[in-house]
Design a protein around this ligand. Structure first.
Ligand code: GLN
Length: 212
């Protein structure tokens, strides 16, 4: 069940700014989650939009389309440079595919390759097999409601990568430093605790406080 998204107070002008990659997919929901936490949010469509951001969320959507658009606008190299310069990243679902080093069965699909995981696209089944599940997340007291929509499966996780949540024996949320990936959609639950956890990995305290 999706909960109605709470409204948020005005964001302070001097609050840190995070980006949401806004080429395609569920970027508006990420934007709202970060705004509710008190961050300024910039929609990223061109490399210059990355300047000054503390982190970038890469949303769910269609990973092949997103990859093509990233290439077209030079955002793939720009995001790699952003990461190399210390910028944080969050990839959800198609965003996790974009971050992965390996996309099983799709060796030629462009990807950023910034997270040492192997993903199998659509491995939980087709659209009709989309599902929701409560997930225990490392660092959060109460479970997070995870929405899985044609989710990729994380079939390999590198030694440096921490597993933050598991569903049915498979990792579903992972992190390596300030790079976080989920195969579910934390932005669709109306619960901003996962985004607050990501901000902590980006070294940012949510201006409106961390939700409990
Ligand atoms: N199946 C999609 C892909 O491979 C991802 C689905 C999603 O982001 N909800 O791109």
């Amino acid at each position: 069940m999706l909960r109605a998204a709470p409204t948020h107070p005005p964001v302070a002008a001097d609050a840190p700014t995070v980006g949401v990659l806004a080429l395609q997919g569920s970027f508006r929901e990420h934007r709202l989650a970060f705004e509710r936490l008190g961050l300024n949010v910039r929609e990223v469509r061109l490399p210059r939009h990355l300047v000054g951001l503390v982190g970038l969320a890469i949303p769910g959507g269609e990973s092949t389309t997103m990859a093509k658009l990233m290439r077209t606008y030079g955002l793939d190299d720009a995001i790699r440079a952003f990461h190399a310069g210390g910028g944080g990243l969050l990839g959800t679902c198609a965003g996790a595919i974009a971050l992965a080093q390996e996309i099983v069965g799709h060796p030629d699909q462009p990807r950023l390759g910034l997270l040492d995981v192997a993903v199998a696209r659509n491995d939980y089944g087709r659209q009709v097999a989309s599902f929701e599940a409560d997930l225990q997340v490392v660092g959060l007291e109460r479970p997070v409601h995870g929405v899985f929509i044609r989710a990729p499966r994380l079939v390999g996780v590198g030694d440096e990568v921490a597993v933050l949540a598991v569903y049915d024996g498979d990792p579903v949320a992972v992190a390596d430093g300030n790079v976080v990936a989920t195969v579910f959609h934390p932005e669709l639950s109306g619960d901003d605790r996962f985004h607050a956890l990501v901000l902590a990995r980006w070294g940012v305290a949510p201006p409106n406080g961390a939700p409990t």
